[in-house]
Design a protein around this ligand. Structure first.
Ligand code: PMP
Length: 314
């Protein structure tokens, strides 16, 4: 069973706090009504010795949009946001271990939208440098909620209630992740990532209006596909079309590109030639081995800092 790491520090209330002190009061709206919006970002080691976060600005901008839609004030500037990520990175970084960051705006004061005050909390978890293993994917009986109830466009903690129960359903069926259909019965996305499929040489994914997050990774995958002259389409996908796809992968900041080896028990071509080639290039881009215009890598730490930290704790 996956166990949550407990890193030494968390960025909270404007500075670094020990993990054990990073708590919220039971009376605040972040706890009682799950009022929070967040972003998951990934930092990779580059062979040059830099540690760079992928599309930091895009994540910052999406956090703003989520906060705006839920009327959560977000006063932090882009520079201060980057500084918070850099401060935590420097405190926790380890040589050759990538990191996944969660930046969350928790409503710590206020009542029913009046007097809301939010705190930016940043947590970071180490990640091993390895390409994700192919998974068995299922189609859940749970559905992505429509845009007029819990919009998928808002990256809010509350949106992951359905993801959690869908994953529990998946575990009982031997699936490592699940596809959520939208209220029209068409493909929305997976529980914590978007979905791409290949049909007749074309990469197809669902537009956000089908109940998917506006994915930052998907935009990178689209740029990669276009640069390799692989046709890329955003259009609705029926459930049965997914079941007869040639290749399928999940796509997201943390997921990166996860190849799918079966869908609802139906095996897929393990070679997955088109999506595997994009996966290889994706890793080259995020490690700064290949330049792709439109992809920004923000350096927040270096090997010298990581080596110092490692020596201090030895
Ligand atoms: N959909 C959901 C529900 C997600 O949690 C994520 C991960 N953030 C994605 C899609 C992929 O988005 P991104 O590529 O911006 O990480």
């Amino acid at each position: 069973m996956a166990k949550l790491q407990q890193p030494k520090f968390v960025f909270m209330r404007g500075g670094l706090r020990p993990w054990a002190d990073a708590t919220l009061h039971v009376g605040c709206e972040a706890v009682t009504r799950n009022v929070n919006v967040f972003e998951g970002l990934k930092g990779y080691w580059q062979p040059s010795g830099n540690f760079g976060i992928v599309q930091l600005r895009k994540h910052y901008e999406r956090l703003h949009r989520s906060a705006r839609l839920l009327h959560i004030p977000f006063e932090t500037s882009l520079d201060a946001y980057r500084d918070a990520l850099a401060e935590l990175s420097e405190a926790l970084i380890e040589p050759d271990r990538d990191m996944w960051f969660r930046t969350t705006l928790f409503a710590v004061e206020g009542h029913w939208g009046e007097g809301t005050v939010a705190d930016l909390v940043v947590t970071a978890y180490h990640q091993e440098q390895k390409a994700p293993e192919p998974i068995d994917l299922g189609v859940s009986t749970w559905r992505r909620s429509p845009d007029d109830s819990l919009p998928a466009r808002i990256k809010a903690g509350s949106n992951y209630q359905v993801a959690r129960v869908a994953r529990i359903e998946g575990q009982a069926r031997g699936c490592q992740d699940m596809v959520l259909l939208n209220h029209f019965g068409r493909v929305a996305e997976a529980t914590g990532s978007c979905l791409v499929m290949v049909r007749n040489g074309t990469i197809v994914t669902t537009p956000a209006t089908e109940g998917a997050l506006e994915s930052i990774t998907l935009d990178i995958v689209e740029m990669l596909a276009r640069s390799a002259d692989i046709p890329f389409e955003r259009r609705p996908i029926d459930r049965t079309e997914l079941l007869i796809a040639d290749e399928i992968a999940l796509c997201g900041t943390l997921a990166e590109l996860v190849p799918v080896k079966s869908i609802d028990g139906l095996p897929l071509d393990p070679k997955s030639p088109i999506l595997k080639s994009l996966q290889e290039r994706y890793f080259r881009v995020v490690r700064n081995l290949e330049r792709l215009p439109g992809v920004e890598l923000s350096v927040v730490a270096t090997r010298a800092v990581a080596d110092q930290g490692a020596a201090a704790s030895a």
